[in-house]
Write a protein that binds this ligand. Structure first.
Ligand code: PRT
Ligand code: MG
Length: 229
C-alpha cells in the first residue's frame, strides 16, 4: 500500500538544492529508505524519481526551497536556517533540525573596525532582512546594500565597511583580510513541510520525519556537535 500516492494521486515531492546540503542530506534520507535514483550533479533533470515509487525529488535553487514548500510546489524540503530566516517562510512547518551544513551567520569586516562608534556603516549582504533586524536590535543605524554572492569582495573595493554572511571555517574571510566581528546566529539545515501536505499525508510524512530524526540522532550520538546541541 502506498500512502503518499493514494492520498492525492501524486508522488510526495521533496525539494533539495545541489551542493553541500544535498551531499549531507543523502545519508539521512537513505536511513529513511528514500533517495534520488540519479545524481543531480550528473543529470540535467529537475525532477528525479525516488527509490520508492511514492517519492520524487525536485532540484531547486537553495533560496527557492522555502517558496516551493510554502506554496505547495513541494511537500517537503531541506534548507539552511539562514535561507529560512531571510525568506520568512510563513506557514511552513519546521519539524526537524538535521544538524548538517552547520555554519554561523556573522557580521564581518576589517580587523580594525570599531563597531561601537556612531558612524553609519554600509553593510553588503544577501541576507538583507536578517541584517536589518540584527542592526536594529543592536540600536545601530546602517545602510544595507543587497548583493547576491561573493560578499567578501565588497569591503575590499570600498562598496561597504561590513558584510553579513555565513562563515564556516573562516578561511574565505581570512584569505580576503577580513575577520568575524559579531555573531548573529548558529545555522544548520532544517527539514520543512508544507502545512496542508502534513494534514493530507500525515501518516507518510510523519514516518519519513521520524526515520530521518532517528538517523540524525544516531549520527550525533556518535559525533557530538561542536556547540553541544
Ligand atoms: O549558490 P546558490 O545561491 O544557489 O545557493 P547557496 O549559495 O545558498 O547554496 P550553498 O550550497 O552554497 O549553501 C547552502 C547552505 O549551506 C547555506 O544556505 C547554509 O545554510 C549552508 N552553509 C554551510 C554554507 C556554508 N556552510 C558556507 N561556508 N553556505 C555558504 N558558505 C559559503 C559562505 O557564503 C562563504 O562564501 O562559504 C564561504 C565561507 O566558508 P568558509 O569555510 O571559508 O568560512
Ligand atoms: Mg553558493
Amino acid at each position: 500500500m502506498n500512502a503518499g500516492r493514494s492520498d492525492t494521486g501524486r508522488r510526495l515531492r521533496i525539494a533539495l538544492s545541489k551542493g553541500r546540503i544535498f551531499d549531507e542530506t543523502l545519508p539521512l534520507f537513505d536511513a529513511a529508505g528514500i533517495r534520488p535514483s540519479e545524481d543531480p550533479e550528473k543529470s540535467r533533470k529537475l525532477i528525479l524519481p525516488g527509490s520508492e515509487a511514492d517519492v520524487e525529488f525536485l532540484i531547486v535553487r537553495a533560496s527557492d526551497v522555502p517558496t516551493y514548500v510554502q506554496h505547495g510546489g513541494a511537500d517537503l524540503g531541506v534548507v539552511g536556517k539562514d535561507v529560512l530566516m531571510e525568506h520568512g517562510a510563513e506557514g511552513v512547518l519546521e519539524p526537524l533540525d538535521l544538524k548538517i551544513a552547520r555554519c554561523r551567520l556573522m557580521v564581518a569586516g576589517f580587523p580594525e573596525t570599531d563597531l561601537s562608534t556612531s558612524r553609519r556603516f554600509r553593510v553588503a549582504t544577501k541576507y538583507t532582512d536578517c541584517a536589518r533586524r540584527h542592526f536594529a536590535r543592536m540600536g545601530r543605524q546602517v545602510e544595507i546594500i543587497k548583493l547576491y554572492g561573493s560578499m567578501e569582495l565588497a569591503p575590499l573595493v570600498g562598496l561597504s565597511e561590513l558584510i553579513v554572511d555565513v562563515v564556516d571555517t573562516g578561511s574565505t574571510l581570512k584569505a580576503n583580510g577580513l575577520v568575524p566581528l559579531e555573531h548573529i546566529s548558529h545555522i544548520s539545515s532544517r527539514l520543512i513541510v508544507n502545512r496542508a501536505s502534513m494534514k493530507i499525508r500525515h501518516a507518510r510524512i510523519s514516518e519519513i520525519v521520524d526515520r530521518i530524526a532517528d538517523a540524525v540522532n544516531a549520527v550525533n550520538a556518535v559525533r557530538p556537535s561542536p556547540d553541544g546541541s
